[in-house]
Design a protein around this ligand. Structure first.
Ligand SMILES: CC(C)(COP(=O)(O)OP(=O)(O)OC[C@H]1O[C@@H](n2cnc3c(N)ncnc32)[C@H](O)[C@@H]1OP(=O)(O)O)[C@@H](O)C(=O)NCCC(=O)NCCS
Length: 200
Protein backbone atom coordinates (compact mmCIF):
# COMPACT_ATOMS: atom_id res chain seq x y z
CA UNK A 1 0.00 0.00 0.00
CA UNK A 2 1.40 3.45 -0.94
CA UNK A 3 1.61 5.91 1.93
CA UNK A 4 -0.33 9.09 1.14
CA UNK A 5 0.82 11.28 3.97
CA UNK A 6 0.21 15.00 3.75
CA UNK A 7 -2.45 15.08 0.99
CA UNK A 8 -4.58 16.96 0.20
CA UNK A 9 -2.55 20.06 0.90
CA UNK A 10 -3.50 23.69 0.24
CA UNK A 11 -0.81 25.91 -1.23
CA UNK A 12 -0.94 29.70 -1.59
CA UNK A 13 0.92 30.77 -4.72
CA UNK A 14 3.16 33.82 -5.06
CA UNK A 15 0.29 35.82 -6.57
CA UNK A 16 -2.08 34.98 -3.72
CA UNK A 17 -4.14 32.35 -5.53
CA UNK A 18 -4.78 29.18 -3.66
CA UNK A 19 -4.58 25.66 -5.07
CA UNK A 20 -5.14 22.23 -3.59
CA UNK A 21 -2.62 19.48 -4.35
CA UNK A 22 -3.97 15.94 -4.19
CA UNK A 23 -3.41 12.56 -5.81
CA UNK A 24 -5.52 11.87 -8.89
CA UNK A 25 -8.45 9.51 -8.43
CA UNK A 26 -10.61 7.55 -10.91
CA UNK A 27 -13.18 10.38 -10.78
CA UNK A 28 -10.75 12.88 -12.36
CA UNK A 29 -10.73 11.56 -15.94
CA UNK A 30 -13.05 14.14 -17.50
CA UNK A 31 -11.42 17.15 -15.87
CA UNK A 32 -7.93 15.86 -16.63
CA UNK A 33 -8.83 15.58 -20.31
CA UNK A 34 -10.13 19.18 -20.24
CA UNK A 35 -6.86 20.30 -18.64
CA UNK A 36 -4.71 18.55 -21.26
CA UNK A 37 -6.86 19.79 -24.15
CA UNK A 38 -6.54 23.39 -22.93
CA UNK A 39 -2.72 23.28 -22.92
CA UNK A 40 -0.98 25.03 -25.80
CA UNK A 41 0.57 22.51 -28.18
CA UNK A 42 4.00 23.88 -27.31
CA UNK A 43 3.56 22.77 -23.70
CA UNK A 44 2.52 19.23 -24.56
CA UNK A 45 4.57 18.57 -27.69
CA UNK A 46 7.15 16.52 -25.83
CA UNK A 47 4.79 14.59 -23.58
CA UNK A 48 5.15 10.87 -24.19
CA UNK A 49 1.48 10.26 -24.99
CA UNK A 50 -1.22 12.09 -26.91
CA UNK A 51 -3.07 13.25 -23.81
CA UNK A 52 -5.72 15.07 -25.82
CA UNK A 53 -7.22 11.69 -26.79
CA UNK A 54 -10.02 10.50 -24.56
CA UNK A 55 -8.91 6.85 -24.73
CA UNK A 56 -5.44 7.76 -23.46
CA UNK A 57 -6.82 9.55 -20.40
CA UNK A 58 -9.34 6.72 -19.87
CA UNK A 59 -6.39 4.32 -19.78
CA UNK A 60 -4.65 6.51 -17.16
CA UNK A 61 -7.80 6.18 -15.03
CA UNK A 62 -8.22 2.44 -15.66
CA UNK A 63 -4.58 1.66 -14.90
CA UNK A 64 -4.25 3.97 -11.92
CA UNK A 65 -1.55 2.38 -9.74
CA UNK A 66 0.23 4.77 -7.37
CA UNK A 67 3.19 2.39 -7.05
CA UNK A 68 3.92 2.68 -10.78
CA UNK A 69 2.73 6.21 -11.57
CA UNK A 70 1.82 8.63 -8.79
CA UNK A 71 -0.12 11.56 -10.31
CA UNK A 72 -0.37 14.70 -8.21
CA UNK A 73 -2.99 17.18 -9.39
CA UNK A 74 -3.28 20.88 -8.63
CA UNK A 75 -6.86 22.09 -8.44
CA UNK A 76 -8.19 25.66 -8.36
CA UNK A 77 -11.93 26.30 -8.03
CA UNK A 78 -12.77 22.80 -9.27
CA UNK A 79 -10.50 23.05 -12.33
CA UNK A 80 -7.27 21.13 -12.77
CA UNK A 81 -4.42 23.61 -13.32
CA UNK A 82 -1.35 21.39 -12.91
CA UNK A 83 -0.30 17.76 -13.11
CA UNK A 84 2.96 16.24 -11.90
CA UNK A 85 3.70 12.53 -12.05
CA UNK A 86 6.27 10.31 -10.39
CA UNK A 87 7.11 7.23 -12.48
CA UNK A 88 8.69 4.13 -10.94
CA UNK A 89 9.42 0.57 -11.97
CA UNK A 90 8.40 -2.22 -9.61
CA UNK A 91 11.05 -4.68 -10.71
CA UNK A 92 14.62 -4.63 -11.95
CA UNK A 93 17.80 -2.71 -11.34
CA UNK A 94 16.31 0.77 -11.12
CA UNK A 95 13.55 0.39 -8.55
CA UNK A 96 15.32 3.10 -6.49
CA UNK A 97 14.95 5.65 -9.30
CA UNK A 98 11.85 7.66 -10.19
CA UNK A 99 11.19 10.03 -13.08
CA UNK A 100 9.25 13.25 -12.65
CA UNK A 101 7.12 14.87 -15.35
CA UNK A 102 5.06 17.97 -14.85
CA UNK A 103 2.94 20.46 -16.68
CA UNK A 104 1.24 23.60 -15.39
CA UNK A 105 -1.59 25.53 -17.11
CA UNK A 106 -0.26 28.73 -18.73
CA UNK A 107 -2.26 31.16 -16.51
CA UNK A 108 -0.67 29.48 -13.48
CA UNK A 109 2.93 29.33 -14.68
CA UNK A 110 5.65 31.41 -12.98
CA UNK A 111 3.66 31.60 -9.74
CA UNK A 112 5.50 28.85 -7.91
CA UNK A 113 3.05 26.04 -8.74
CA UNK A 114 5.65 23.88 -10.54
CA UNK A 115 7.95 24.28 -7.53
CA UNK A 116 5.16 23.32 -5.12
CA UNK A 117 4.16 20.24 -7.16
CA UNK A 118 7.77 19.10 -7.43
CA UNK A 119 8.41 19.66 -3.75
CA UNK A 120 5.44 17.55 -2.74
CA UNK A 121 6.39 14.83 -5.22
CA UNK A 122 9.91 14.76 -3.78
CA UNK A 123 8.45 14.44 -0.31
CA UNK A 124 6.29 11.56 -1.54
CA UNK A 125 9.38 10.01 -3.18
CA UNK A 126 11.19 10.16 0.18
CA UNK A 127 8.19 8.47 1.86
CA UNK A 128 8.14 5.58 -0.61
CA UNK A 129 11.89 4.98 -0.49
CA UNK A 130 13.05 6.46 -3.82
CA UNK A 131 16.78 7.43 -3.76
CA UNK A 132 17.25 9.26 -7.03
CA UNK A 133 15.02 11.30 -9.31
CA UNK A 134 15.41 12.13 -12.97
CA UNK A 135 13.66 14.53 -15.32
CA UNK A 136 13.87 14.39 -19.11
CA UNK A 137 13.80 17.69 -20.94
CA UNK A 138 14.45 18.67 -24.52
CA UNK A 139 17.37 21.06 -25.13
CA UNK A 140 15.13 23.97 -26.20
CA UNK A 141 12.71 23.69 -23.25
CA UNK A 142 14.51 26.54 -21.50
CA UNK A 143 11.75 27.19 -18.92
CA UNK A 144 11.61 23.53 -17.87
CA UNK A 145 15.42 23.25 -17.70
CA UNK A 146 15.62 26.36 -15.51
CA UNK A 147 12.74 25.16 -13.35
CA UNK A 148 14.37 21.77 -12.72
CA UNK A 149 17.82 23.36 -12.18
CA UNK A 150 16.33 25.70 -9.61
CA UNK A 151 14.80 22.71 -7.86
CA UNK A 152 18.25 21.13 -7.49
CA UNK A 153 18.42 18.88 -10.58
CA UNK A 154 21.67 18.97 -12.55
CA UNK A 155 22.33 17.92 -16.14
CA UNK A 156 23.66 14.39 -15.92
CA UNK A 157 23.50 13.12 -19.51
CA UNK A 158 22.61 14.22 -23.00
CA UNK A 159 21.15 11.88 -25.63
CA UNK A 160 22.02 13.47 -28.95
CA UNK A 161 19.22 13.77 -31.52
CA UNK A 162 16.93 11.60 -29.41
CA UNK A 163 13.83 13.70 -30.02
CA UNK A 164 12.17 15.08 -33.16
CA UNK A 165 10.13 18.24 -32.72
CA UNK A 166 6.98 19.22 -34.64
CA UNK A 167 9.06 20.48 -37.59
CA UNK A 168 10.93 17.17 -37.73
CA UNK A 169 14.13 18.75 -36.36
CA UNK A 170 16.24 16.42 -34.22
CA UNK A 171 16.87 17.71 -30.74
CA UNK A 172 18.94 16.57 -27.78
CA UNK A 173 17.27 15.02 -24.75
CA UNK A 174 18.80 16.23 -21.50
CA UNK A 175 18.56 13.91 -18.51
CA UNK A 176 18.51 15.96 -15.32
CA UNK A 177 18.97 14.15 -12.04
CA UNK A 178 19.84 14.25 -8.39
CA UNK A 179 19.59 12.19 -5.25
CA UNK A 180 16.34 12.74 -3.40
CA UNK A 181 18.14 13.83 -0.20
CA UNK A 182 19.92 16.64 -2.09
CA UNK A 183 16.73 17.66 -3.86
CA UNK A 184 14.89 17.84 -0.59
CA UNK A 185 17.55 20.13 0.90
CA UNK A 186 17.56 22.36 -2.20
CA UNK A 187 13.77 22.64 -2.17
CA UNK A 188 13.56 23.41 1.52
CA UNK A 189 16.06 26.25 0.99
CA UNK A 190 14.08 27.47 -2.03
CA UNK A 191 10.77 27.44 -0.17
CA UNK A 192 12.37 29.30 2.76
CA UNK A 193 13.38 32.31 0.65
CA UNK A 194 10.60 32.00 -1.92
CA UNK A 195 7.66 32.04 0.32
CA UNK A 196 4.51 31.33 -1.37
CA UNK A 197 3.11 29.93 1.87
CA UNK A 198 2.76 26.22 1.87
CA UNK A 199 0.10 25.06 4.25
CA UNK A 200 0.63 21.71 5.93
C1 LIG B 1 8.16 23.49 -16.39
C2 LIG B 1 6.87 24.01 -15.72
C3 LIG B 1 6.10 22.83 -15.18
C4 LIG B 1 7.25 24.97 -14.58
O1 LIG B 1 6.04 25.35 -13.90
P1 LIG B 1 5.87 26.76 -13.16
O2 LIG B 1 4.63 26.69 -12.35
O3 LIG B 1 5.98 27.86 -14.14
O4 LIG B 1 7.15 26.76 -12.20
P2 LIG B 1 7.54 27.85 -11.09
O5 LIG B 1 6.62 29.03 -11.14
O6 LIG B 1 7.67 27.12 -9.81
O7 LIG B 1 8.97 28.31 -11.62
C5 LIG B 1 10.19 27.82 -11.09
C6 LIG B 1 11.35 28.46 -11.82
O8 LIG B 1 11.50 27.91 -13.13
C7 LIG B 1 12.04 28.90 -14.01
N1 LIG B 1 11.09 29.06 -15.11
C8 LIG B 1 9.85 28.54 -15.20
N2 LIG B 1 9.31 28.87 -16.39
C9 LIG B 1 10.22 29.59 -17.07
C10 LIG B 1 10.28 30.20 -18.34
N3 LIG B 1 9.24 30.14 -19.19
N4 LIG B 1 11.41 30.84 -18.71
C11 LIG B 1 12.45 30.91 -17.87
N5 LIG B 1 12.49 30.37 -16.63
C12 LIG B 1 11.38 29.71 -16.24
C13 LIG B 1 12.21 30.16 -13.20
O9 LIG B 1 13.52 30.18 -12.70
C14 LIG B 1 11.20 29.94 -12.08
O10 LIG B 1 11.47 30.66 -10.94
P3 LIG B 1 11.07 32.24 -10.84
O11 LIG B 1 9.69 32.40 -11.38
O12 LIG B 1 11.16 32.51 -9.36
O13 LIG B 1 12.10 32.95 -11.65
C15 LIG B 1 6.00 24.81 -16.74
O14 LIG B 1 6.81 25.78 -17.36
C16 LIG B 1 5.38 23.92 -17.82
O15 LIG B 1 4.31 23.36 -17.62
N6 LIG B 1 6.03 23.80 -19.01
C17 LIG B 1 5.52 22.98 -20.11
C18 LIG B 1 5.70 21.49 -19.86
C19 LIG B 1 7.15 21.11 -19.63
O16 LIG B 1 8.04 21.57 -20.34
N7 LIG B 1 7.38 20.23 -18.64
C20 LIG B 1 8.71 19.78 -18.27
C21 LIG B 1 9.05 18.48 -18.89
S1 LIG B 1 8.57 17.15 -17.84
Amino acid sequence: MVKLEGFPVEVTLRDGRSVVLRPMTAADGGRLLEFFRALPEEDRQFLKEDVTRQEVVERFVRELDYERVFPLLAEHGGTIVGDATLHRTKYGWSTHVAAIRMVVARPFQRSGLGTALARHLVRHAVNVGVDKMIAEVVDNQIGARRAFAKLGFYEEAVLKGQVKDRQGIRRDLVIMANDVSHLWEAMEALVADYSPTVGE
